[in-house]
Design a protein around this ligand. Structure first.
Ligand code: PLP
Length: 407
C-alpha cells in the first residue's frame, strides 16, 4: 500500500474542540529543534512560564507545561497530591466530572461526589455542607464542562476551600481565556488546561499552575530517581508518587533552576504552547474573553433565530459552546455529516444522557470570529432544510448580524 503526503481537507472546526489552530501557532511549530538544555531552550521555557502566569492571572512561580493532552495535566496534579486513602470531593455535572473521579480512583483516593443533573451547576452552599461532612484534602472540579456547556462559578467555592483548608483544583481546559478565570483572586491551588479550545492550538501540551500551598504538600513526596540522585537529594517523608511521568516534584526540578533531568521536553509543542500564550497576552486576556462572549452570543442568538431550542441553564452557559436540541424528525448524524462533507464544517455530537439529543457548536480560539459564525449558521440553515426542518429563511444569520450591530 502506498501512502500520499498529508493533505487534510480545509475543515472549519466548530465543535466543542479541537478547533483550527491559529496559523501563527502552526508557524511557530514548524521551527527546527534545539537541545533541551540549550540556553535558548531554557530561555523559551522561562518565557513560557512567564506568559502562562499572565494567562492564568497568577503570581504562582510554578506555572509550566506538562507534556501530553489536557488530561496529562489533570493526572499530574491529582496523582501527585492524592496519596492512597486521601479524601477528595468532586462535583459531577458532566462527562469531565466523571473523568476527574476516574483519575482520582486510579490514584486510590477515597472518592466523595456531589451529583448534579447535566445542564446545571453546583451550588456553593452544597459544596460547603459536603466539605464540612467529608473533610476532604482536595476539592476537584471542572470549570467549563463542554459535555453540558455549563460553567461552574468558582469564586465562592475558592473562599470556602480556603476557610476549611482544602486544596482547590480546577480543570479549566475548555474555559480558560474564553471565560473569566482568576487563579489567585479565587484562591485556586492548582489549575490545568489544554491548548485545543480557546487557546487556539493543537492538543498535546497541558499548561498548569500551582500555588505554594499545593507545592509544599507535594514536595513531601519528593523522590529523585536513582541514576541522577546525589548526596544532596533527600527523599520526602511521605510515600512516593505512583506515577513517574506525572510526578510533579520531578517536573518542578526539571523546570526549575536545578534543571534535573526527567523527560525530554516536547520542543515542538512548547513552541506551539508559547505562541498560544503570546497571542492571548497580545490581545489581552479580558479582550479575549470578551471576543468569546460576543461570538458565542451571536451563535446562541443565531441558532435561536433558526427556531432551534438551546440546552441547559443559560445563566451558567460557557461563552464558547452552545448545546442545540436536534429538532423532532431530524436525523442528527445526517445533519452533521452533510455539514462536514458538503460544507467542510464540523459541529459536535454529545455524550452520555445527551447523546442523540443535542449538537454542540463551539466558537473558540481562532474560530471565535464573525465570518466563522455566519458561515456556520447559513450552512446549518440549508442542511436543516434538506433534512425537512422548516428553518425561518435567513433567521440565523439575521439574528447573529443583529448581535454584531448592537455590539
Ligand atoms: C476538552 C476537555 C478536555 C480534553 O482533554 P484531552 O486530554 O486534551 O482530550 C479536558 N477537560 C475538559 C473540561 C474539556 O472540555
Amino acid at each position: 500500500m502506498s501512502s500520499q503526503i498529508i493533505n487534510p481537507p480545509p475543515r472549519l472546526l466548530m465543535g466543542p474542540g479541537p478547533i483550527n489552530a491559529d496559523p501563527r501557532v502552526l508557524q511557530a511549530m514548524s521551527n527546527q529543534l534545539i537541545g533541551q538544555y540549550d540556553p535558548v531552550m531554557t530561555g523559551y521555557m522561562n518565557e513560557t512560564m512567564a506568559l502562562y502566569r499572565q494567562v492564568f492571572k497568577t503570581q504562582n512561580q510554578w506555572t509550566l507545561l506538562v507534556d501530553g493532552t489536557a488530561r496529562a495535566g489533570i493526572e499530574a496534579v491529582l496523582v501527585s497530591i492524592l496519596e492512597p486513602g486521601d479524601k477528595v470531593l468532586i462535583p459531577v455535572f458532566g462527562r469531565f466530572g466523571h473523568l476527574l473521579r476516574e483519575i482520582c480512583e486510579r490514584a486510590q483516593a477515597e472518592i466523595h461526589t456531589i451529583e448534579v443533573e447535566w445542564g446545571q451547576v453546583v451550588d456553593p452552599e452544597q459544596v460547603e455542607q459536603a466539605i464540612r461532612k467529608v473533610r476532604p484534602k482536595v476539592f476537584a472540579t471542572v470549570q467549563g464542562d463542554t459535555s453540558t456547556t455549563m460553567l461552574q462559578p468558582l469564586q465562592e467555592i475558592g473562599e470556602i476551600c480556603r476557610r476549611h483548608e482544602v486544596l482547590f483544583y480546577c480543570d479549566a481546559t475548555a474555559s480558560v481565556v474564553g471565560n473569566t478565570l482568576l487563579v489567585d483572586e479565587w484562591h485556586l491551588d492548582a489549575v490545568s488546561v489544554g491548548l485545543q479550545k480557546c487557546l487556539g492550538g493543537p492538543s498535546g501540551s497541558a499548561p498548569i499552575t500551582l500555588s505554594d500551598r499545593y507545592v509544599a504538600e507535594v514536595r513531601k513526596r519528593q523522590h529523585v530517581e536513582a541514576g541522577i540522585r546525589t548526596a544532596q537529594h533527600q527523599a520526602g517523608e511521605r510515600p512516593r508518587i505512583l506515577s513517574n511521568y506525572f510526578d510533579v516534584p520531578m517536573l518542578l526540578d526539571y523546570w526549575g533552576e536545578e534543571r534535573l533531568n526527567h523527560h525530554t521536553e516536547a520542543t515542538t509543542m512548547l513552541y506551539g504552547a508559547r505562541e498560544c500564550a503570546r497571542l492571548v497576552v497580545e490581545e489581552g486576556v479580558e479582550n479575549c474573553v470578551s471576543r468569546h462572549e460576543l461570538h458565542g452570543r451571536a451563535m446562541l442568538q443565531g441558532v435561536q433565530g433558526l427556531g432551534l431550542q438551546v440546552f441547559g441553564d443559560l445563566k451558567h452557559k460557557m461563552n464558547n459552546v452552545v448545546g442545540v436540541y436536534i429538532p423532532e424528525g431530524v436525523n442528527g448524524e445526517q445533519v452533521r455529516q452533510s455539514m462536514l462533507l458538503d460544507f467542510n464544517i464540523e459541529i459536535g455530537t454529545s455524550f452520555g444522557p445527551l447523546h442523540g439529543k443535542i449538537w454542540r457548536i463551539g466558537t473558540m480560539g481562532y474560530n471565535a470570529r464573525k465570518d466563522a459564525v455566519l458561515t456556520t449558521l447559513s450552512a446549518l440553515e440549508q442542511v436543516l432544510r434538506r433534512a425537512g426542518y422548516q428553518a425561518p429563511a435567513g433567521g440565523g444569520v439575521q439574528a447573529a448580524f443583529e448581535v454584531y450591530e448592537r455590539g
